[in-house]
Design a protein around this ligand. Structure first.
Ligand code: K1U
Ligand code: ZN
Length: 168
């Protein structure tokens, strides 16, 4: 089922997610709904708190339009190693109509459980490394705009306030 994606400044996006204690059918259903919601948006990732569920589950698929889908479902993901610097443009399904360059690690190693409860590890670089960091941030209640300089963040917040006023 396609779920509603919460948008900034919804306070639910600022809450931390709890680790998943066991992989149940409801976690499998959550992951399936998240994947459907991500593909429908469309996006290259989604974290459970973006649909109002504060459980540590993320989905990512960075495959291109004309490539077969390569869905990653990561439960309780943890970055165990990070190196290098990246500064790439990011967007967020919870922050529509805004994109900005964000400083991230260029390469990360991520450990997580898959939907059968097995431990998985990814050595990620490029867009996949950035997507893992972006989605894991969501689980900590952080948005990419929280990484902006104070000045850029102020400009973003002014734009967001103006857009909200125009909607009323
Ligand atoms: O978490 C999210 O809000 C999803 C977000 C992930 C992301 C994008 C860019 C850099 C890091 C993480 C998105 O998917 S925004 C939409 C997007 O990037 C996209 C949409 C359609 C085609 C290709 C990309
Ligand atoms: Zn996001």
């Amino acid at each position: 089922m396609i779920r509603t994606i919460l948008t900034y400044p919804n306070p639910e996006l600022k809450k931390k997610s709890a680790p998943v204690s066991s992989i149940t059918d409801s976690i499998r259903q959550l992951a399936a709904d998240m994947a459907e919601t991500m593909y429908d948006a469309p996006g290259i990732g989604l974290a459970a708190p973006q649909i109002g569920v504060h459980q540590a589950v993320i989905v990512i698929d960075i495959s291109g339009k004309n490539e077969p889908p390569e869905l990653i479902v990561a439960v309780n993901p943890v970055i165990t190693h990070a190196e290098g610097d990246a500064f790439e443009e990011e967007g967020c399904l919870s922050v529509p109509s805004y994109a900005a360059n964000v400083k991230r690690h260029a390469r990360v190693t991520v450990k997580a459980l898959d939907l059968s409860g097995a431990e998985q590890e990814w050595d990620a670089e490029g867009l996949l490394a950035i997507a893992f960091q972006h989605e894991i941030d969501h689980l900590e209640g952080r948005l990419f705009v929280d990484h902006l300089s104070p000045l850029k963040r102020e400009i973003f917040q002014r734009k967001a306030r103006k857009a909200a006023e125009e909607k009323r």
